[in-house]
Design a protein around this ligand. Structure first.
Ligand code: NAP
Length: 378
């Protein structure tokens, strides 16, 4: 489950293509930051056995997962305007090449497509991966709580024991593995007693089909109900510079009870990458279409906020996206950031801040910028 073996030629090629691509796409940032010497040092450090990504425990499970994980919602294409399988496989492999071991997926991400693509990408590298997937969003059953309709499907939140037993087998098959490292309830279902859900999860753990139990999109009261039955190792929740609701209650509770907290959408769906400008067109069913956060006015305001952080980023030779990720994993109790990527250059870039520890002074500067700008942002 540890870091990959020292890099081979394939890994060097990934790093090189990242540079070319960033040169093409990122304008002033790439020229200023991604210099040849810097790249040489990174590649050399990588050849010596990894770039020193921080590893952190997943609750009480005994599993160590990289502080930066790869999120694969967009890999499934669903709600992201589609995706290109071969490029997604390269993205997942680029992430593993940098030393990231935590990969998060879910059946719902493309009705199984994301899990299938992850399965193809990790074939032959299973021992390098902490594989996280989920259960509890179903489109083939009408038990539980109706959530929403999409693509002609009625999607329900359902965590009944027989359904979870069915789901875990489906996921194992799609992923092509014999066990899942972290199995998470995706959204909560109040029609099934929490005790029944937790009992089946504990049973799956005893059978060796899953190694750790996680929850997602949970209230503190719901989490306590699970914890009354057995150990919960992680909570996966929305968290970014713009989405800090969990700081009030959930985060302190998780810290106090040794539950890892995995931030999802830490770049606010790419908004905080600093790379989405007013000309960006979102295709098909991309959920960012029509989202006020991606209006030209808001994009300009976010760009102004990020520009004020650039001196800190530059002083650390980080891109703005990397600085945002470094800030995320520096938040107390926030143990892991799941950063979504479906392009190899994004995946490789996003792993880099995993070896960055921002100082108190740097965090104070960044927090000051957020405080000044947040009230005016969507
Ligand atoms: N439990 C839940 O309910 C839940 C909900 C949401 C997410 N999640 C998990 O959390 C993961 C991450 O969240 P997310 O994917 O929603 O959002 P995110 O990580 O905030 O943003 C991902 C998107 O940002 C863009 N991006 C990423 N790195 C970039 C870079 N270096 N430069 C420029 N753009 C970059 C990409 O958009 P383009 O591909 O369009 O370029 C990418 O698809 C998901 O993949 C999923 O595993 C879980």
């Amino acid at each position: 489950m540890g870091r990959p073996a020292p890099a081979g030629g394939a890994r060097l090629r990934v790093v090189s293509s990242r540079t070319d691509s960033l040169r093409g796409n990122a304008g002033r940032e790439s020229v200023a930051v991604w210099g040849r010497q810097w790249l040489f040092e990174r590649v050399r450090a990588h050849q010596m056995g990894g770039i020193g990504l921080q590893m952190r425990p997943l609750g009480q499970s005994g599993i160590q997962a990289s502080a930066i994980g790869l999120g694969t919602w967009a890999v499934g294409g669903w709600m992201w305007g589609g995706s290109e399988e071969a490029e997604c496989i390269r993205a997942i492999q680029a992430s593993l090449d940098t030393g990231v071991n935590l990969i998060d997926t879910a059946p719902m991400y493309g009705y199984g497509r994301s899990e299938e693509i992850v399965g193809k990408a990790i074939r032959g590298r299973r021992d390098q991966v902490v594989l996280a997937t989920k259960c509890g969003l179903v489109w083939w059953d009408t038990r539980g709580t109706h959530f929403f309709d999409k693509d002609g499907n009625a999607i329900y939140r359902y965590l009944g024991p027989d359904s979870i037993r069915h789901e875990v087998e489906q996921s194992l098959t799609r992923l092509g593995v014999d066990h899942i490292d972290l199995y998470q309830t995706h959204w909560q279902d109040d029609t099934t007693p929490r005790e029944d859900t937790m009992s089946v999860l504990l049973d799956l753990k005893a059978q060796g089909k899953i190694r750790a139990i996680g929850v997602s999109n949970v209230q503190v009261a719901q989490l306590k109900e699970y914890q009354a039955v057995g150990a919960v190792d992680s909570a996966q929740e929305q968290f970014s510079m713009l989405d800090r609701q969990i700081e009030a209650e959930l985060l302190p509770h998780c810290r106090a009870t040794n539950v890892a907290v995995l931030a999802y959408s830490p770049l606010a769906l790419g908004l905080l990458s600093g790379r989405i400008g007013p000309d960006r067109k979102f295709e098909g069913d991309d959920l960012r279409q029509g989202n006020p956060r991606f209006s030209p006015e808001n994009l300009a305001k976010v760009a102004a906020m990020l520009e004020e952080m650039r001196p800190v980023a530059d002083s650390r030779s980080l891109t703005l996206a990397q600085l945002v990720i470094a800030w995320t994993i520096a938040q107390p109790g926030l143990t892991h950031a799941l950063v979504g990527a479906r392009r190899p250059e994004h995946a490789a870039e996003n792993a880099v801040p995993g070896d960055v520890v921002l100082s108190d002074d740097e965090l104070a500067v960044i927090n000051g910028v957020i405080e000044r700008h947040r009230p005016g942002l969507a």
